[in-house]
Design a protein around this ligand. Structure first.
Ligand SMILES: [Zn+2]
Ligand SMILES: [Zn+2]
Length: 347
C-alpha cells in the first residue's frame, strides 16, 4: 500500500469513528430525553394519585359527616315521636290521665317502665358495638380454617384490609366489617350484628307491646260528637296518634316475628335473602340446609348470651364433618344393599 492510500484509509476510518461517536451521542441524548419524559410522567402520575387520594379522603370525610348527621336526626326523631305520642296520652282525657288523677301507681308504673325499656333497648341497639371484626380475631379463626373446614375462599375486605370471617360482611354506611351481619337498620342508623341483635329483638318486642297498649288507650279515648267536623277537630290528636300507632304496630310485629324465627333457627336476614351470593352457603347441595342450626334451645341461648368461644367456623366445620359421615354411611348402606341383592340373585 502506498502512502497516499494509507492516508486515505486512515481518514476514512477516522470518519467512520466520528460518525459512530455522533450516532452514539444522539442515542444517549435521545434516551436521556426519554428518561426525562418518563420521569415527568411518573411525577405527574404520582401527583395525580395524590390528588385522587386527597379527593377520596375529602369525599369519605363528607360521607362520614352526612351519616353522622343522619344518625343524630333519625334517633332524635324516634325519641321525639315516642315522647309526643305517650305525652299526648298523658295530657289528654285518657285512661292514663285518669290513672294519674286516681293515683293508680301500678298501672302508671307498668306503662312508664314499658316506655322506658323500649327506649333503653333502642339506645342499647344504637350505641352497642354490633360486633365489628378485629384483626386478631381473624388470625385466630384462620387456624380453625386449616383444621376441618372445606376449601372455601374467604372474602378479602379491601376497605378494612382483612379476611372476612364466616357470617361477617362489610357495611358501607358503618365502614366496618360486622360479625354475623344481619342488616343495616335505617331507623336506628346502625348495623345489626352478633352483639346487638338481641337488643334489637328486645326493642322491637317491647315497642310492639307498648304500641298495643297505646292503641287500646287511644281507641277508648275517642269522644263522639253529632257533627263530624267537631268530632274531627276534637279528636285530631288522637287521630294522629292512631295513624302512627297502627303503622308502627304492623311494622314492629312483622319485624318481631321474623327476628324470632331467625333467633330460633340461627339464621340472619342477609343469609336468608342472599344465600346465592354467599360462598359458604352456595356450595351446599340442599338449599334448606342451615349449617349453623344446632338445637332450637341452643340457638336461642347463643342468640341471647353470645357465641363466646363457639366460633362459627367451628360450627360450620362440625356440620361438614357430620354430613360427610352421613354420606359415607349412606354410601356403605347402599353398597351393602347391592351386595345382598347380588347374593339373592345368585341363589
Ligand atoms: Zn370491611
Ligand atoms: Zn352498618
Amino acid at each position: 500500500m502506498s502512502d497516499k492510500e494509507k492516508i486515505i484509509s486512515s481518514q476514512s476510518s477516522s470518519d467512520e469513528y466520528i460518525s459512530k461517536v455522533t450516532f452514539k451521542k444522539k442515542i444517549i441524548n435521545h434516551s436521556a430525553n426519554e428518561i426525562k419524559k418518563l420521569n415527568n410522567q411518573t411525577a405527574s402520575d404520582s401527583s395525580s394519585k395524590e390528588n385522587t387520594s386527597i379527593e377520596l379522603n375529602i369525599f369519605n370525610e363528607e360521607k362520614k359527616k352526612f351519616f353522622n348527621c343522619k344518625k343524630i336526626c333519625v334517633r332524635t326523631a324516634h325519641l321525639l315521636l315516642v315522647l309526643f305520642v305517650t305525652g299526648n296520652l298523658f295530657f289528654q282525657n285518657t285512661k292514663l290521665r285518669d290513672a294519674l288523677i286516681q293515683r293508680d301507681y301500678v298501672y302508671l308504673f307498668c306503662f312508664v317502665s314499658l316506655t322506658y325499656s323500649s327506649l333503653l333497648f333502642f339506645f342499647l341497639t344504637c350505641f352497642k358495638n354490633p360486633g365489628y371484626v378485629e384483626k386478631q380475631q381473624v388470625e385466630c379463626r384462620r387456624n380453625f380454617q386449616n383444621d376441618g373446614l372445606p376449601n372455601i375462599k374467604l372474602r378479602f375486605c379491601t376497605y378494612c384490609h382483612l379476611e372476612q370471617p364466616i357470617r361477617s360482611r362489610h357495611c358501607e354506611e358503618c365502614r366496618r366489617c360486622v360479625n354475623k351481619f344481619d342488616h343495616h337498620c335505617p331507623w336506628l342508623e346502625t348495623c345489626i350484628g352478633e352483639k346487638n341483635h338481641k337488643y334489637f329483638w328486645l326493642f322491637v318486642g317491647t315497642t310492639n307491646i307498648l304500641i298495643c297498649w297505646c292503641i287500646e288507650i287511644t281507641w277508648s279515648s275517642f269522644v263522639s260528637y253529632s257533627k263530624w267536623s267537631t268530632w274531627l277537630l276534637k279528636n285530631l290528636l288522637f287521630l294522629f296518634d292512631a295513624q302512627v300507632l297502627v303503622i308502627s304496630f304492623f311494622l314492629t310485629l312483622s319485624l318481631f316475628l321474623i327476628h324470632t324465627y331467625f333467633m330460633i333457627t340461627n339464621t340472619t336476614t342477609w343469609e336468608k335473602f342472599s344465600r346465592k351470593n354467599i360462598t359458604y352457603l352456595k356450595i351446599l347441595k340442599n338449599e334448606s340446609n342451615n349449617p349453623f342450626h344446632q338445637s332450637y334451645l341452643k340457638n336461642v341461648y347463643l342468640f341471647l348470651f353470645g357465641p363466646r368461644d363457639n366460633t362459627w367456623e367451628n360450627v360450620y366445620a362440625a356440620f361438614f364433618k357430620s354430613n360427610l359421615k352421613e354420606s359415607n354411611m349412606s354410601n356403605n348402606n347402599s353398597e351393602n344393599e347391592v351386595q345382598v341383592k347380588i347374593e339373592k340373585t345368585k341363589h
